[in-house]
Design a protein around this ligand. Structure first.
Ligand code: ADP
Length: 691
């Protein structure tokens, strides 16, 4: 059985603990909780002085309270840090157990501060207990009485019991303070983000950043400096300081001084007392009027890169909030992105302006249309060229603007691939009714639009005509001297004695044949320019294909003989006559035969044939040459096309082009059938003379 006295004491203690627990859990604010804990504890054991230190998860002091008699000092974490390092509180924390010191003068765990001299304050007694919740140390409470031996072991037990209750309340209050602090930081950041990102003008963005920081941190001055393009210096960019002082051009090397180090490491820094900080050497702030007391510097970051720093100086309430560095670092991250976006936007705008100027000032008329040809934009030259005002142009379509016999690429040809450039020649009817020849270039500039460039080709057309006329004149004028040479050579031939030196006759023959070749070539070129300008073939006479074939074969037989080649003629005797310009078609046949001889090997065989099909004569030349690849079958009839331009065979690529013009001038058709390695067969059709 317990004695009655002990039961009463236990009940009293339980009631006390219950009251304390109720009292403590009623508050959430850390400083109220600390006040209540210290007051309740002191009054319950009769202590005169007391203190509580609150620790964070890493054991650093974050809050403290001191109670000396009736005086309460809050936010005393800094004052208490000494006892935490070297004094009694430190011992309790390290050992995680409470301690009773009956006489502080006899115990070296008691740290004597200068103001606590034994002669003045004398020996005291003290209890100190850890505040532990779920094995986590959240603080330490120390109570003191000015008389030694005042505290007894029962007091230590009671204080420890109170401390166990208080620990939970302190931890809750600490967590609450932490979540409130987080909420404050998040709110400040969210507000800053919405204000800063609301503009895309670089100067305005900087000003917004400065004013947001001034507001969020309540500081006297804010500086913003940016890393220069070389990445060597931090250059002053903006300040919230008044306009009286000019900071332009101020800079500091990256890695040097306070701001320079932050720019190098990317880690924000805080100096709460500049007087005791030795590396404090700053460029920008030297010029500000007020003395610098405290300063925070955080990096400006964009896409993980440090693009500058932010500095906040002299908090108006004397010192920075504990979360000031975090707020500035957060603003630094979003501000860096905002600055970069504003810069990019400015660049895009400048580039767009440049392209717009290029478009407007281009020396060519340029139009932009949609895929249906509705004109969406027109530059100055387009207005001048068409004689229409911009608005009038925008109401038209490309088709209305241009007369084109050809299909307009993109509009009539089923769309264009992005980047491909197509062009056609067309006519533009100017406002005075005259027709201007133009070349129209079109390409698709994006997924929705076409760009049209108009080139006036009147001058080129005039020069082309001039050149063609000149060439025709030369060919024409060459004909009579050539004819004179041929007839003179013929006369010479008759004058040579039959029994004379055969070398003379052979030389004469070479001269005659070469001159005839030149004659054929000049005549073909003259025909080409006539046919190209649309002149019809008029000298049509009924002609026997057999005679035509014999005549042509005779012209090429000397070169065929020199290569030991045989030319067969395969034409039935009853073939009807064809209605042709004989000289023209003879040159076509000679051209085809010359090619056959040229491309067939020595000893090769060549056949010239003619058939009748669907009331048309088909004349053909089959060789035993290398053949022509199928994909070139059409192409070889184009001017200046040569399949093997570097090969041993010489030529200009004009022969087949002439053949096509001449045959089409006779309303016929020319083509080639060939299998590589098996020779080629060139065929053409001619109209048959009807009886
Ligand atoms: P040129 O013979 O003066 O080069 P052509 O217009 O007569 O010009 O011929 C164009 C090209 O066609 C020639 O360069 C040659 O590559 C090819 N070609 C013409 N005829 C034949 C043929 N019978 N066999 C093989 N290739 C030929």
């Amino acid at each position: 059985m317990q004695p009655d006295g002990e039961v009463t004491t236990t009940r009293a203690s339980l009631e006390l603990l219950y009251d304390i627990s109720r009292e403590l859990t009623a508050a959430l604010d850390l400083s109220t909780v600390l006040r209540r804990v210290i007051t309740l504890s002191m009054s319950n054991v009769g202590a005169v002085n007391g203190s509580i230190i609150v620790l964070d998860n890493s054991g650093d002091p974050i809050e403290g309270i001191i109670n000396i008699g009736d005086r309460v000092i809050e936010n005393a974490a800094k004052q208490l840090s000494e006892t935490l390092n070297d004094g009694l509180a430190g011992w309790v924390i390290r050992n995680q157990s409470g301690v009773l010191i009956a006489d502080t003068s006899q115990d070296e765990r008691w740290l004597r501060r200068p103001d606590d001299h034994e002669k003045q304050t004398g020996p005291k007694s003290a209890v100190s207990v850890p505040l532990i919740v779920h094995q986590q140390l959240v603080g330490v409470m120390t109570l003191v009485h000015p008389s030694p031996n005042f505290f007894l072991p029962g007091h230590l037990e009671l204080i420890q019991a109170i401390a166990d209750q208080a620990g939970v309340a302190v931890l809750n209050a600490r967590l609450f303070a932490d979540s409130q602090r987080r909420a404050r930081v998040m709110t400040a950041l969210a507000e800053s983000a919405s204000v800063i990102t609301a503009s895309l003008d670089p100067d305005e963005v900087l000003q917004r950043i400065l004013s947001q920081i001034s507001e969020a941190l309540r500081v006297e001055t804010v500086f913003l400096a940016l890393v220069d393009p070389q990445g060597e210096n931090l250059k002053f960019a903006a300040t919230s300081a008044g306009k009286d002082t000019d900071f332009t051009g101020l800079q500091t090397k990256i890695g040097e001084g306070f701001a320079g180090q932050v720019a190098q490491t990317g880690v924000g820094q805080i100096i709460t007392d500049t007087a005791i900080h030795e590396d404090y050497s700053l460029e920008f702030e030297r010029n500000i009027e007020n003395k610098i007391r405290a300063i925070i510097c955080a990096p400006l970051k964009s896409e993980g890169e440090i693009i500058g720093v932010l500095e906040a100086l002299n908090p108006s309430e004397g010192k920075f909030d504990p979360d000031a560095l975090e707020v500035l670092t957060g603003i630094g991250s979003l501000a860096g992105t905002a600055i970069n976006h504003a810069r990019l936007y400015e660049q895009v705008q400048t580039t767009e302006q440049r392209y717009h100027d290029l478009f407007q000032d281009s020396i060519d008329p340029i139009l932009i249309s949609d895929f249906e040809g509705n004109i969406l934009e027109a530059n100055r030259q387009a207005e001048i060229f068409t004689g229409l005002e911009n608005q009038a142009l925008l109401e038209k379509t490309i088709r209305q603007l241009l007369l084109s016999e050809e299909a307009i690429p993109g509009l009539d040809t089923g769309g264009l691939n992005l980047g491909d450039i197509h062009s056609i020649e067309a006519e533009f009817t100017s406002r005075d009714g005259s027709s201007i020849p133009i070349r129209l270039y079109v390409r698709s500039v994006d997924v929705k639009n076409y760009q049209w460039i108009i080139r006036d080709i009147s001058e080129r057309r005039r020069l082309d005509r001039l050149r063609e006329d000149l060439i025709s004149m030369i060919y024409h004028d060459l004909r009579s001297p050539l004819a004179n040479i041929v007839s003179s050579l013929d006369v010479f031939d008759t004058m040579l004695p039959d029994d004379g030196d055969p070398a003379y006759r052979s030389l004469l023959n070479i001269a005659l044949r070469s001159t005839e070749r030149i004659q054929r070539l000049t005549n073909s070129l003259l025909d080409m320019s006539r046919l190209e300008s649309g002149q019809p073939v008029v000298n049509l006479f009924p002609t026997s294909p057999i005679l035509l074939a014999a005549d042509s074969v005779e012209a090429v037989s000397p070169i065929a003989t020199s290569k030991n080649q045989i030319i067969n003629i395969k034409i039935s005797a009853d073939i009807p006559q064809v209605k042709i310009d004989v000289d023209m078609i003879r040159r076509v046949l000679i051209n085809l035969l010359e090619n056959a001889v040229k491309y067939s090997p020595p000893d090769g065989e060549i056949t010239l044939g003619a058939d009748i099909k669907a009331e048309q004569a088909i004349i053909w030349v089959q060789d035993s040459g290398p053949g022509i690849p199928a994909e070139e079958n059409e192409h070889i009839f184009d001017k200046f096309t040569r399949l093997n331009p570097t090969g041993s065979q010489k030529g200009f690529g004009l022969g087949l082009a002439y053949c096509r013009l001449a045959i089409e001038g006779h309303s016929g058709r020319i083509w080639v059938d060939s299998e590589p390695g098996k020779g080629s067969r060139f065929s053409f059709t001619l109209p048959v003379e009807k009886d």
